[in-house]
Design a protein around this ligand. Structure first.
Ligand SMILES: Nc1nc2c(c(=O)[nH]1)N[C@H]1C(S)=C(S)[C@@H](COP(=O)(O)OP(=O)(O)OC[C@H]3O[C@@H](n4cnc5c(=O)[nH]c(N)nc54)[C@H](O)[C@@H]3O)O[C@H]1N2
Ligand SMILES: Nc1nc2c(c(=O)[nH]1)N[C@H]1C(S)=C(S)[C@@H](COP(=O)(O)OP(=O)(O)OC[C@H]3O[C@@H](n4cnc5c(=O)[nH]c(N)nc54)[C@H](O)[C@@H]3O)O[C@H]1N2
Ligand code: SF4
Ligand SMILES: [Mo]
Length: 894
């Protein structure tokens, strides 16, 4: 690995992945950087999940974008910035300010985000800036604003530990917010009487902790929570004093609920749940004044996401379960700075600092501008449609990969392909979106960037750099400010440091804020550069009354006094009439496709896809299908299948899964054209959005499956460049250090020469041919050393890929015959990796269970599995239960 110049040997910062916002301490060691959890950080108290603990492995400069480019040619920054400014100005002058758009991300730091929003809404003078938070949290935001009068999350992580009942709905927390999950596991261990209910159509890793799992029919949470409200009323469980004192519109809300869910049986039927299960859940709710309901994408990513979030919040308001320790509705955020983006006003329908367009005169005064946008701009889906219709002439995409992550992703790709100017700021050199950029701007990456992020519990933490800026990479705030200056807005963008931007953002939050705006961090507006540098994690609000005390921790919990941020200070309940998802299966499209995250990958894999350890958990794209549905489709476990929707196609391996409800299938969101031939799930997903929030219903897409009639399958392992097969074939690449493991397949016959032509730099080949059976092995040599292994056969052959990788790396590899065999003499464990930290495989764990390790602790002692970050503990427990409850025959077969 290239030596990385460093700023120091140890630095405290914040994890760049999920919204838990863990504090990370980075230590320089001989062979690179190591991440450990920051013991004193209140989000994680020293814990890290597998992605956080592998941060050091994703840092290298290979595959980074390190200089600006225009039309594929390297240019200097002056030229790049002048060109961006000129294109924006030209479009504004010729077609008006609405003809330019920014599409930004919850992975920008608050300071970057603030400047992007200020440039668009304050100075370009339109509001066409939207963010990938539209795809993520916008339904929760809309519900918060409607009911609380502000986009404010009431509770904090500690509330989960204090609750008697924790409801996790539409959240696979064990994988997506692993450290909060670990805190919950610890709390339940300490207080076993605490109950956990998981509501999810799939049986996920999170169900491991559940006292009750509700595998409800997809998209029916609205019925469940509206039914709960109506039931509470029937049972006399409402907190009428709280309702009378602190809410408005509750009677209408309850009337609508009673009408939609008149009795338990109808609710159970709508949700596809046994009556008894529902009764148990409701009874637990009734007996647990300290209830926290965590909701995430299973709720938000729906065409009735706002209603569902409202239905959840109503249950808490109606029973006074809010603003108290251990009692809160809790929308848990996904990205590291999803919250920060909401704070600065990154959504097209917000202005700035939690103010809407009604406050444009005030914000204009503060920004000293006469060009402020006066009405909302395009939400993400409409924004890209406007690009497709030619109404947007210049689009600038920062820190997000919409060609992969937007619904109707092929249409997004087509729209960008026809857009006159596409500007993309990213840290890496190749993404599906960057491939369409006319102007590429190299952004500083995590470890180089300097600023702040806000986590799910409103806690602002510092991201601090520990690496110098490589090549010509620059922080996003610098790039945007330079463009603004070149557009003629020098006076408003004088920024020299993130601290300066943060102070302005903090000051705006307190500007003419007489306590009526929840988001107030004006206490931080006077931070000195040194105080900013040393800022400890702090929860907003933190108003400017009185001098700032370094170390102040802010506000743990909101609404304790029953005061909300609406004009009358009450929570405004709003009638919800639940309905089923708009997308329906039909005879032609018989399966409902759900999509979401895997434990060890982050979104479009630009970072986690570089760490071999993280790819060892799941290395290829797949679709999880119930065995009965696989049988109907005539497909065997592991076979390739074409997944089709009216919008597009994917080609992935089928995985038999009893975790799926029959009729429902699941695909991970991570794979894209940089990693596989056709595995972008969003090419299948239609952009059916919640009308109010504009958030797409990513979790429900009717699809059909068809077996892919592969005539051959190949595996290739090499560090040499590989020419990817064209679109008629299947391929998938799995980086493993300097080597890449490839899997390929095709429905049309190919020759051995075709396979050799995939590695054009190799000219020296050894072959082993069994023509009668159609089995071929190749070894490619460079200077007498094997540098490539390839196997081609009618079906997927069993190889020991880890051993082959070791051999291709070894100074003295095994001889050619043994290499061609694809495995060493003795038997080796090639079963799936369960524990990524210690690379412990399923078969080793099964052996250990059979040899007497009958609990997690014993397994950990014997194999080390689960003793690293702990993210695999739910899977270990499932394995334990499976092996221990199997019949002796089944156990013998495992
Ligand atoms: N490992 C990892 N962690 C991540 C991320 C990542 O990429 N990788 N991304 C981060 C981001 S940005 C986000 S937004 C969060 C998302 O975090 P989560 O919301 O926890 O993640 P998802 O896997 O998208 O979806 C959660 C669950 O919703 C379920 N679901 C689907 N339909 C329904 C339904 O109708 N009702 C209910 N109740 N459940 C349903 C799905 O089966 C799935 O298990 O994760 C964050 N954390
Ligand atoms: N079907 C389906 N689709 C979904 C979802 C789903 O559950 N199902 N979930 C949705 C959700 S919740 C989300 S959040 C999105 C996520 O989707 P995206 O935001 O598109 O995914 P990322 O891979 O995180 O993209 C971030 C990009 O920014 C780059 N980057 C990282 N840090 C920086 C930085 O500091 N500056 C700059 N300029 N670039 C940076 C990365 O290299 C990467 O290319 O996907 C959405 N799409
Ligand atoms: S839970 Fe994992 S991914 Fe999320 S912030 Fe913590 S270490 Fe990072
Ligand atoms: Mo997200």
């Amino acid at each position: 690995m290239t030596a990385i110049p460093v700023l120091g040997a140890q630095r405290d910062t914040t994890c760049p992945y999920c919204g838990v916002g863990c504090g990370v301490s980075m230590h320089r060691e001989e062979d690179g950087w190591r991440a450990t959890g920051l013991a004193q950080h209140p989000a994680n108290f020293g814990r890290l999940c597998v992605k956080g603990s592998a941060l050091g492995e994703t840092l290298g400069l290979q595959e980074r974008l390190l200089s600006p480019e225009i039309d594929g040619c390297r240019v200097d920054w002056d030229r790049a910035l002048d060109t961006v400014a000129a294109r924006l100005r030209e479009a504004m002058q010729t077609h008006g300010p609405e003809s330019v758009a920014f599409y930004v991300s919850g992975q920008l730091l608050t300071e970057d985000y603030y400047v992007a929003n200020k440039l668009m809404k304050g100075f370009i003078g339109a509001a066409n800036i939207d963010t990938n938070s539209r795809l993520c949290m916008s339904s929760a935001v809309a519900a918060h604003k409607k009911i609380f009068g502000a986009d404010a999350v009431p509770g904090c992580y500690q509330d989960l530990a204090l609750a008697d009942l924790v409801i996790l709905t539409g959240s696979n927390m064990a994988w997506t917010h692993p450290v909060v999950y670990q805190r919950l596991v610890a709390a339940k261990q300490a207080r076993p009487a605490m109950k956990v209910v998981v509501i999810d159509p799939r049986e996920t890793a999170t169900c491991d902790l559940a006292d009750l799992h509700l595998p409800l029919a997809a998209g029916t949470d609205g019925f469940l929570f509206t039914g709960l409200l109506a039931w509470c009323a029937r049972q006399g469980l409402l907190d009428q004093a709280y309702i009378d004192a602190h809410t408005r519109g509750f009677a209408e809300c309850l009337a609508a609920a009673a009408q939609a869910c008149p009795d338990l049986a109808s609710t159970a039927q709508q949700c596809g749940l046994p009556l008894e299960t529902l009764r148990t859940f409701f009874a637990w709710f009734a007996e647990s004044p300290r209830t926290v309901t965590v909701f995430s994408q299973g709720i938000n990513q729906s065409d009735t996401g706002v209603d569902k979030a409202c239905a959840i919040i109503h249950c808490h308001l109606a029973t006074g379960r809010i603003g108290k320790p251990g009692a809160a509705p809790f929308s848990i955020t996904g990205q590291p700075n999803a919250m920060g983006g909401r704070e600065v006003g990154g959504l097209a329908n917000q202005l700035a600092a939690h103010m809407g367009f009604e406050a444009c005169a005030r914000v204009a005064r503060f920004w000293r501008t006469d060009r402020i946008a006066r009405s909302p701009g395009f939400k993400a889906v409409d924004l890209f449609r406007a690009v497709g219709e030619g109404r947007i002439k210049v689009v600038w995409i920062m820190a997000t990969n919409p060609v992969v992550s937007m619904p109707e992703a092929d249409l997004v790709r087509a729209a960008l392909a026809h857009c006159p100017t596409v500007i993309v700021s990213d840290c890496v050199a190749d993404t599906d979106t960057l491939r369409l950029a006319h102007i590429r701007l190299p952004a500083a990456a995590w470890g180089e960037k300097d600023g702040t992020v806000t986590n799910s519990e409103r806690r602002i933490s510092r991201q601090r750099p520990f690496l110098p800026l490589p090549g010509e990479a620059r922080p996003d705030w610098w790039i945007i400010s330079e463009v603004a200056r070149r557009m003629g807005f020098e006076a408003a963008f004088p920024y020299q440091s993130p601290a300066q931007i943060f102070r302005e953002h903090a000051a705006l939050s307190g500007y003419e804020n007489d306590g009526r705006r929840a988001f107030d961090i004006s206490a931080l507006a006077q931070l000195t550069d040194q105080q900013y540098e040393q800022l400890l994690p702090v929860q907003w609000p933190l108003s400017g009354k009185g001098p700032f005390r370094p170390g102040a921790s802010g506000t743990e919990r909101l609404f304790a006094d029953g005061h909300f941020f609406s004009p009358d200070g009450r929570a405004h309940c709003t009638p919800v009439t639940p309905r089923r998802p708009m997308a329906r299966t039909t005879a032609e499209w018989p399966l409902l496709l759900n999509s979401g995250r895997l434990r060890d990958q982050w979104h479009t894999m630009t970072r986690t896809g570089r760490a071999a350890r993280l790819l060892s958990h799941v290395s290829e794209p797949y679709i999880a299908v119930h065995p009965a549905d696989l049988a109907t489709a005539g497909v065997d476990d592991g076979e390739l299948v074409q997944v089709e929707s009216p919008l597009g196609q994917c080609l992935v391996a089928a995985r038999a899964s009893n975790e799926q409800t029959p009729g429902e299938v699941f695909m991970p969101i991570h794979w894209n054209d940089c990693f596989a031939s056709a595995a972008r799930v969003d090419a299948l997903v239609a952009a059916i959005c919640d009308e109010e929030s504009g958030q797409p219903a990513f979790k429900q897409t009717p699809v059909r499956l068809q077996r892919y009639a592969a005539r051959w399958q190949a595996r290739v392992i090499t560090a040499e460049p590989v020419q990817t097969p064209d679109s008629q074939y299947y391929w998938c690449r799995v980086p493993d250090g300097a080597l890449v493991r490839w899997r390929m397949a095709g429905s049309r016959a190919v020759t051995l020469d075709w396979l050799k032509a995939r590695c054009p730099t190799i000219t020296d080949w050894a072959e082993m041919v069994d023509a009668a059976r159609g089995h071929f092995r190749l070894l490619g040599y460079r200077h007498g050393r094997p540098v490539c292994f390839a196997a081609l056969a009618p079906s997927l052959v069993t190889l020991d890929e880890d051993w082959l990788v070791q051999q291709l790396r070894a100074s003295a590899p095994a001889d050619a015959l043994q290499l061609m065999a694809g495995q060493p003499g003795g038997a080796r464990d090639t079963s799936p990796v369960v524990c990524s930290c210690h690379q412990v495989r399923e078969a080793a764990l099964e052996d250990a269970v059979r040899n007497g390790c009958h609990d997690v602790a014993a397994l950990g002692q014997c194999t080390r599995a689960g003793t690293g970050c702990g993210s695999c503990l739910p899977e270990i427990k499932t394995l334990l239960a499976r092996v221990r409850t199997g019949t002796p025959e089944e156990i013998a077969q495992c």
